[in-house]
Design a protein around this ligand. Structure first.
Ligand code: NAI
Length: 241
């Protein structure tokens, strides 16, 4: 039996990388997937995948999306807040604009997504939210100050949401990728940081995005029905050291 048969799932940052892998894994399991991104998908959509253009920093657009999803498809039971951007500047060099840009996408986007979809999940009696943080939401490397701060915020905001809405049938968990082979990693100039993290990863390699998607599937599906407020590390053992 498919794990998400007929369930409506919202995924942000869905056009490439981890988000796309999550959407394809959800489709394998029978979900109706609403793929949200500010850019067009980088590959053709599969059966029951629907693209919606969304900039996660725009609260009004989130509210409009929630209404449109509800009237077009029905109640969303799964929300994956995955869209995120990186900046490698250390504290002394980070500009106010860069700080605000990172916080706006990585933190405001997660807040606005939960604000938009929690009411319909609560009204329907339950839902599962997965927020994508990072190993850098709980441990650090030098530099990337705004990114670390933003991913730490995603980690504790997820726990707060889990506590606040547990009695209404809502489960909220964060997932913490190590280095995953996506354009986010492969295109960056700061390859030296990436290589250093891979060298310190006990399993000695990057992950395929599908390995991260399997963790998101677990947290989004009823297989994790008694799991809320956790941090799931998919990091090849990096944070166990
Ligand atoms: P990516 O850069 O390959 O894909 C990110 C997607 O998000 C893109 O399609 C982009 O258009 C979209 N996006 C960016 N800003 C947006 C906005 N304002 N509104 C809507 N969509 C927007 O990134 P990747 O690697 O797939 O990362 C996904 C998530 O995983 C991010 O939150 C990232 O911080 C996190 N992560 C990734 C790691 C990695 O090694 N790839 C490691 C740890 C965390």
């Amino acid at each position: 039996m498919p794990k998400l048969e007929g369930k409506i799932a919202i995924v942000t940052g869905a056009s490439r990388g981890i988000g796309r892998a999550v959407c394809d894994r959800f489709s394998d399991e029978g979900a109706i997937v609403v793929m949200c991104d500010r850019n067009e998908p980088d590959a053709a959509l599969l059966h029951r995948q629907h693209f919606r253009r969304l900039d996660v920093t725009q609260q009004d657009d989130w509210q409009a999306l929630a209404q449109e999803v509800s009237s077009t498809f029905g109640t969303a039971r799964i929300l994956v807040n995955n869209a995120g951007i990186v900046d490698y500047a250390p504290i002394i060099e980070v500009t106010p604009d860069a700080w605000k840009r990172i916080m706006s996408v990585n933190v405001d986007g997660v807040l606005f997504g939960m604000q938009a979809f929690l009411p319909q999940m609560i009204a329907a009696g339950g839902g599962a939210i997965v927020n994508v943080s990072s190993i850098w939401g709980s441990v650090a490397v030098p530099g990337a100050a705004a990114y670390h701060a933003s991913k730490g915020a995603v980690r504790t905001l997820s726990k707060n949401a889990a506590m606040t809405y547990a009695r209404q049938g809502i489960r909220v968990n964060s997932i913490h990728p190590g280095i995953i082979a996506t354009p986010h990693v492969v295109d960056v100039q700061e390859r030296s940081i990436t290589d250093a993290v891979i060298a310190k990863t006990p399993m000695g390699r990057m992950a395929d995005p599908r390995e991260l998607a399997n963790g998101v599937l677990f947290l989004a599906s009823d297989e994790s029905s008694f799991v809320t407020g956790i941090e799931l590390y998919v990091d090849g053992g990096y944070t166990a050291q």
